[in-house]
Structure formats: structure tokens, C-alpha cells
Design a protein around this ligand. Sequence first.
Ligand code: FES
Ligand SMILES: [Fe+2]
Length: 394
Amino acid sequence: MKQTSLKLKISQYTGLGARRIARTNSGNPEPVSLPAGHPYLGIRDKWYLICTKQELGVEPQARRILGEDLVLWRDGEGNPRLMHDYCPHRGAKLSIGDVVNGELQCWYHFWRFNSDGNCVSIPSQGGKCSLQSRTKVAQTYPTVEKAGFIWSFIGDQEPPELELPFELADPSYSMFPESVEWSANWLLAYENLADIMHAPFLHNRSLTLSGGIVEDSVNVSNTETGFRVERVNQQGVNFDQVEIDLGHIMHCRLDIPLKASFAGPGPNLRIVGFVTPVDDQNSVVHFPRFRQVSGWRRALWRFLFRVRLRGTHLHVLNQDKAMLESLRSIPEAHRDEHLAQADKPVLHLRRALRPAFDAQLAGLSPEWISTGPLAGTKATEPQGKSQSAEKAGP
Ligand code: FES
Ligand SMILES: [Fe+2]
């Protein structure tokens, strides 16, 4: 009996150690080459979708978001917390520590931090150290769990109330989450969503996005917090419209027609898309998929989605991923473009984001604007021979 307990104890300790070592094995990601606040790393003072609630268990996780290395963890009440992944003692990663009694404990010397990032224990000092009350994790970001997802406000202002796209709070919609990582800048991902005319070409062999005519032009109209893009000569056949919202939670909303013979009876597939910047080269795109169906139609839809539709949608997403990853960095992607009428929404997006870009660039030292590795990023016209009818943007 004694032996069994000892074995159990050893396995618990080695198991814990192995898990922790596994968490450290990811190593340090490539350093971010841009200063915090550069708009290529993301627009600050916005709410961002971080992950589903199921993705965050009891162990802290390392997350890079808007170019910052952060630790995501749950406190004693089970509330999600997001703060700098940097112990203020000697700089160890807090994400390879542990949550102990609802507080985040650094693995190196066991300094412990509460949900606000305040140091609450320095065990080597026996709790009698004034340093404790003066020590804090450098940055914490407001984080909440809502509608099955974890959301963080990445910024320096007071966060506005988190108002989610209505589908997330409406139980008449049946939802499947989906998140994928792309080695592409967040702006390229939003440009791809605004560029509805890529669908009949890039996705011309897909089940859901291959129909309709390929020669068309697009209209762009402003909404209260963004803009709407619509094809002129076709609706309800393909990816024929999208709304881009640039408000407190940047997102897009689009509908994809579904054949009842393939997906069961019901209205269009609704996709609400969110792009969370990782750094200037990487993003996580979240595409929760919705269908407003109930009763047996919902049961059938959920069955068919799992066995048929999810695979086809991942196939489509992989086509987008391959294309965006081929565009390389933002300066390279935007260099020497030749933009046509169908690219109007891409330019509209860049122009709409221009004030936020300029505001963030204004907070940086001038070298990052005019003489650094991103020389030309403050230019308001695309460089090179552009055939675009209108020119503007980041
Ligand atoms: S580096 Fe974190 S406790 Fe020492
Ligand atoms: Fe696409």
C-alpha cells in the first residue's frame, strides 16, 4: 500500500514535470521585429476573440497576441485572465508556472501573482518583504468569458462594454466554432474577407463557392461602424456580400447559400469572422458558423455539418491560407499592386483603417515610420504602377 502511494506520488510529480517541460519545449518564438503599438501588429483598444472556453483548462497557456507574449490562465473563480508572460522577478515565463490556490505561481522561485497581476507572495522572504507590495506584472488586459468564447480587450484605454455580434447571443442560431492559424498578417486576412470576388476563382472547385458568374463588379456602402460589399449582378449564389465591422470588436458577417440536398433544409450558412493578430506575420482566424434552425432540422444540420460540411469548409479555408501565405509580409504584399474595380473593397478597408493606423504610428518613434525596416509604411498611396481608380491605405 505504501509502495503504491509512493509510485502514485512519483508518477504525479514526473507527470507534472513532463507536462511542464512539454509546455517549455515550444521554446521562445521568433522575436517580434516591430515595436509594440505598430499597427502591423494589430489595432489596439479593441476586443479580440482569444479562444473557445474549452481551450483554456487549468494550466496557464502562452499566447502571442498583437505582438505581445502573454499568459492566459484561470483564476480562483475560474475567470480567464490575460497578462504579460514575464515574471517581474527575473523575467521567467509565467506560462510555464502553475495556478496554485487561484493564483499564478512562477516556476523559477515561486513568486505568486493574483488575478490583477499583483505579487502576493515571495516565499524566499517569508512573506515579510516590502518588495512584494511594490511588484506587479507589467500589463494585464481585461478578459471575460462570454457566449462560449474568451475575449480580451487589448489596449490601454478603459474598455467599452463587450457587445457581441447578435448571432452569438441568440439561441435560435446553432453554432460551430472554427479557428485556424495562418502565417499571414491580420490585415491581409481582412482584405481577403472584403475581397468577395476571389471566391469564384480561388474556390472554383469547392462545393459551396463554385457557383455563379465570374465577371462582375462590386458596390461598397458605408454602415454605422464599417462597410458593406455587394456584387452588382449576383446575389444568393456564392460569397456575394459581406459586412465588415470595424467597431469595438472587428469582425465580418457573410452568408453562404447551402443546398438542402447536401446540408438539410434551412436558411443560408452564416459566418461571423474574427481575425486575432498574433504578430506582423501570423494571425488566428476564427470563423464561428451559424444556421438558424430548430427541432429536427437543427439535429439534421448538426449531423450533416459534422460528417460533410466541416471537411469542405476546412478545404476552402486551406485554399485561403495557401493564398494569403503566398503574399508574404504587408509591405511586400502591397508593393507594385495593380488594382481593378473588383478590388475597391480592399482599398476601402485600407482607407477606413487609415486613422487608426496613423494614430498608432504617431505614438512610435519616427524611425519606425520613415527610416526603419518599414520605410514607406506611412505613405498614403500604393507604390509602383497602380491601375486603381482610388488609392489610399496602410
Ligand atoms: S523569475 Fe519568477 S519567481 Fe523568480
Ligand atoms: Fe476565400
